[in-house]
Design a protein around this ligand. Structure first.
Ligand SMILES: [Zn+2]
Ligand SMILES: [Zn+2]
Length: 395
């Protein structure tokens, strides 16, 4: 005991939520497997991260916009269990790493071995609640989220239950891309909610997940993809990833109003009909209304973008009278979405793998950052500049 490791953490005793931002590099107790001290460790695995992505949710923690209740509530629960104060949460869940120690049940049940290369499903589902038992573990009622309500992977070591690990073959997927399988899987889940084959699709909001969705919807057979994105750099990326056109929405009369000109442009681009499917990936209230106004009668609107609090739906009657199907998507279906993710990234026709590397990760130039060289200022600059930033760890 007494050994420490470097980790990027949120520390509530030092960084009050209301008056600070960022994460802090800290020396914390090094995690180990010890089955005698904690019987749960039999089912757990110790991993040395190699590359770990920085998620939109991590950005929410960085700027203190989201997840306070989950972090504080889980630290309180851990403090109660261990009967000692818990103030530090290790952040990070978009993991690619190497297995360095395996609990006895993890080896027996899952066949995991030291040296295996793995990514992880970030939702640690319970396996016992109603949802888990009917095959909907992705909406588990008691799940813990790695790096939010369970110590995460921005650290020299991370200990995770074997059941959330996903083996990855680096002959087919380069390690930097392996680290973004989890967020890529969000887009795969959204793009597989309804059948896109032969359909005309609009993607509202081409941030990280929206950009993934452009390439994925094309690969899944969408015949025409419209990106809707106001930021020029992201609009250009959407084009490089395969969008047939990219339109820029104008701000409406209120912060929730849709853009009638945008809806007209989408209709002009679709023989006056509207698109079959809209993926709403921004979470902005006006974008939700844009989505409803761009879809054709009887079409599907997939809601993925997330914002807390209330939203206003304009002319709600149109949703019903026009028979618009609304869906919402969270997480990834475990493990169905992961299999599709693997096939999309391992396939080379179309070559989404190289598009992700070259367009979203800029060929490694800028978005790949050495964990050891972390400084809050340079890191914040990077997350403002690139759609996805990935930490590289000493190997
Ligand atoms: Zn994520
Ligand atoms: Zn459950």
């Amino acid at each position: 005991m007494g050994e420490t490791m470097k980790a990027l953490v949120y520390d509530r005793s030092l960084d009050p939520w209301e008056s600070t931002k960022g994460l802090r590099m800290a020396d914390v107790n090094r995690v180990t497997l010890d089955e005698r001290a904690d019987y749960h460790d039999r089912t757990r695995v110790l991993i040395r991260p190699r590359y770990v992505g920085f998620c939109g949710s991590d950005r929410g923690i960085w700027f203190r916009r989201a997840f306070k209740d989950m972090i504080y509530g889980s630290l309180d629960a851990e403090a109660k269990q261990s009967r000692s104060a818990r103030d530090v949460r290790i952040i990070g869940h978009e993991l690619f790493g190497e297995v360095v120690d395996v609990g006895s049940d993890a080896r027996r049940t899952f066949g995991l071995e030291v040296g295996d290369l793995v990514s992880a499903e970030s939702h640690i589902y319970c396996g016992a609640c109603h949802q888990c038992r009917v095959g909907d573990a992705y909406v588990c009622a008691d799940d813990l989220i790695i790096g939010i309500s369970y110590d995460g992977a921005f650290a020299e070591y991370v200990k995770l239950p074997a059941k959330v690990l996903w083996r990855t073959n680096t002959d087919n997927i380069r390690p930097e891309v392996a680290a973004v399988q989890e967020p890529f899987g969000n887009a795969v889940h959204a793009c597989t909610k309804v059948n896109l084959r032969g359909k005309r699709v609009a993607i509202v909001g081409c941030g990280t997940i929206g950009l993934f969705a452009v390439a994925i919807s094309k690969a899944l057979g969408a015949s025409f993809v419209i990106g809707i994105e106001p930021v020029k750099r992201h609009a250009e990326m959407a084009q490089r990833l395969g969008a047939d056109v990219v339109l820029s929405p104008r701000p409406g009369a209120t912060d929730y109003a849709h853009d009638p000109e945008l809806a007209a442009e989408v209709r002009r681009a679709t023989d006056g009909v509207g698109v079959d499917v809209v993926l709403e990936m921004s979470g902005v209230n006006a974008s939700v209304n844009n989505a409803i106004h761009c879809v054709r009668r009887g079409g599907d609107v997939i809601l993925f973008g997330l914002k807390s609090g209330d939203a206003i739906i304009e002319s709600f009657d149109r949703v019903i009278v026009d028979g618009i199907n609304m869906h919402s998507v969270i997480g990834r279906r475990i493990w169905e979405t992961w299999h599709i993710t693997r096939h999309l990234l391992e396939g080379r026709d179309p070559n989404i793998h190289d598009l992700v590397w070259e367009v979203i990760l800029n060929g490694g130039d800028g978005p790949i950052i050495d964990f050891d060289s972390f400084t809050p200022e340079s890191f914040e600059k990077a997350i403002m500049e690139f759609p996805k930033v990935v930490f590289r760890f000493d190997q």
